[in-house]
Design a protein. Structure first.
Lengths: 308, 268
């Protein structure tokens, strides 16, 4: 994902001299190094100083530039939180906050580097748009969109590297503010976003092999949320499951609230991270598993819950 | 030189207008506005190349947002804010609150939370360096804001980016909301040497001496970011407000209002 972002940003910068990249002492991956060479004045490393990273981005945006701030998600969103809120969101400025390693991508670095609450936190701020691509193809199209959009601030939640392509084959392109069906099915629908989409597809395969036809829908735009699209899923499916790599109060809570408001009578299950800090280490999959987020555990729970 | 006389009469007028507004609301930041009255006056009326509000003009940001009454009354005098706008200060039908709100006429950043203004000034000033324009950027910081780590992040970056289009005044009234800085936070001083060590050009002057403020600002080397540390008195101009913490956020009673007006008229 990181490399695809770098390529897309660099590509856009060749024809858009308003793009700026402000980093807080993080090495520019892939094509970002090329951007630094070709536009050194628009590549600003503020050092380990995340508050002024956000303040400078706000100032640049106020004077017509399109800044992207870029560091690990915890340091983009948590450390300078009030600057994100006041400088970017209150003033509604078109700045893109790149949350690298959203969720638990930095699996061995400990809880200081885990952005497990990033989506829940970001969803609570007015004006902040939230994008969570599930694969490099979505990263590419979303990055391009961020370089051109006029709406306001965006939190773009990325994983790290090595995520597989899941969406290039689709006929329907990504559209801001809309959910996206990436797998067809009839009985049951999984709603998910971000890096764990691959795991959600594995769950769907496992259920399919047990006779439960399972669709997978991603929510690439978490805010503004496509409540109409999600509401249509309730009408279409007897069972809906949310899988998200996030603290409990994010998409799952929104979907549960929507189900309550629409008097949904089908089955609804939410799988999210627990409301706990993580003290174990290992691969990304290892620590997701420790929080109950593996295709085996989820498939088993669903087969029991939906009695199939 | 006409600066002292005209500045003094302007500042007296501004303070009286702020007092007038104070009688329409239960509380407002009078003393923080009175301590930086001369500073904001010289920025708008002596240092800024052109009036505010259009993109090509110099920019002022009130980083100590709670001092914005002085900015409002100057913007009113210039016709950028209407008299009705200022009269409706903090009223349900008005647009002006106790802190500046980006998007209101003449307001170039939302401030109020301390330690935000300088970072945004650095970003804006750098943007104009990138464009190659001659727009200059002015800011007023409180001394309390220099306790915020974010302000020092911005001081460092302003020097790293060689922002010679940035001039900042510190309203050094030695008071935060709760305490006197020199007593409660003695390590805060000296300020001048700290800022100079970050490769800023800096000077310290009497912040109620308009001529000294202008002279100091113009005398600073113009090849780097500049700071004028203005030694001020919180509540300046009204004897019973000067250096008294309660006036950080309180409206005078009718009797206090009359006395304050008298003192300002006698002093002008």
């Amino acid at each position: 994902m990181r490399n695809k972002f770098s390529d897309a940003f660099y590509e856009a910068s060749l024809t858009n001299d308003k793009l700026c990249l402000i980093v807080a002492d993080i090495s520019p991956a892939g094509s970002l190094a090329k951007f630094r060479e070709t536009a050194p004045q628009r590549f600003i490393n503020v050092g380990v100083a995340e508050q002024v990273m956000v303040g400078i981005a706000a100032g640049l945006a106020m004077r017509g530039f399109r800044p992207f701030i870029y560091t690990i998600a915890t340091f983009c969103l948590y450390r300078p939180f009030e600057f994100v809120r006041d400088d970017l969101c209150y003033q509604n400025l078109p700045v893109t906050i790149m949350g690298i390693g959203g969720g638990l991508s930095y699996s061995t670095l400990g809880a200081t580097h885990h952005a497990q609450e990033d989506v829940a936190l970001a969803m609570s701020i007015p004006n902040l748009n939230i994008l969570a691509p599930c694969d490099p193809a979505e990263v590419e199209v979303m990055t391009r969109w961020c370089t051109e959009q006029e709406l306001g601030p965006v939190y773009l939640r990325l994983g790290k590297a090595g995520e597989p392509d899941l969406t290039s084959h689709l006929n329907v392109p990504w559209q801001f503010g809309k959910i996206r069906r990436i797998r067809e099915g009839n009985d049951h629908c999984i709603v998910t976003y971000g890096v764990v989409t691959r795991m959600a597809l594995e769950v769907a395969e496992k259920l399919e092999s047990r006779g439960v036809s399972t669709a997978v829908v991603t929510v690439p735009t978490l805010k503004p949320l496509d409540r109409e699209g999600l509401g249509d899923l309730f009408a279409e499916f007897g069972n809906v499951t949310v899988i998200e790599e996030s603290a409990p109060r994010a998409l799952g809570l929104e979907v549960e609230a929507l189900a309550f408001r629409t008097k949904y009578e089908g089955g609804l299950q939410v799988f999210a991270l627990r409301d706990e800090f993580i003290h174990c280490y290992g691969s990304h999959e290892d620590i997701l598993t420790a929080h109950g987020l593996s295709s085996e555990q989820i498939a088993q729970t669903l087969l029991t819950a939906y009695r199939v | 030189m006409t600066i002292p006389f005209t500045a003094a009469s302007r500042c007296s007028r501004y303070r009286r207008r702020i007092l007038e507004i104070s009688q329409q609301v239960s509380a407002l930041h009078i003393a923080p506005a009175f301590s930086c009255t001369e500073i904001v006056d010289v920025i708008y009326n002596e240092l800024m190349a052109t009036p505010v509000a259009r993109e090509s003009e110099d920019v002022f940001i009130m980083s100590k947002g709670h001092g914005c009454m002085i900015q409002y009354v100057i913007l009113e005098e210039r016709g950028i804010l209407s008299r009705a706008d200022v009269d409706a200060y903090c009223k349900p039908h008005g647009i002006l609150g106790a802190h500046p709100d980006y998007g209101n006429p003449g307001i170039r950043a939302s401030t109020g939370s301390l330690g935000h203004g300088l970072g945004m000034l650095v970003g804006q000033a750098y943007a104009e360096k990138l464009k190659g324009t001659s727009v200059n950027f002015f800011g007023v910081l409180s001394d309390g804001e220099l306790q915020e780590g974010s302000t020092w992040e911005a001081i460092s970056m302003a020097a790293n980016l060689r922002l010679d289009n940035l001039l900042v005044f510190v309203d050094n009234n030695d008071f935060t909301s709760l305490d006197r800085m020199s007593l409660a936070q003695p390590a805060f001083y000296p300020v001048l040497e700290k800022v100079q060590a970050f490769n800023w050009a800096a000077a310290e002057v009497d912040g109620h001496d308009s001529r000294a403020l202008v002279t100091a600002a113009r005398a600073l080397p113009s090849d780097r970011p500049r700071m004028v540390i203005a030694k001020t008195t919180k509540g300046k101009g009204v004897s019973f407000m000067e250096g008294v913490s309660i006036w950080h956020y309180r409206s005078p009673s009718p009797a206090e209002f009359e006395q304050a007006l008298r003192e300002l008229q006698e002093g002008s």
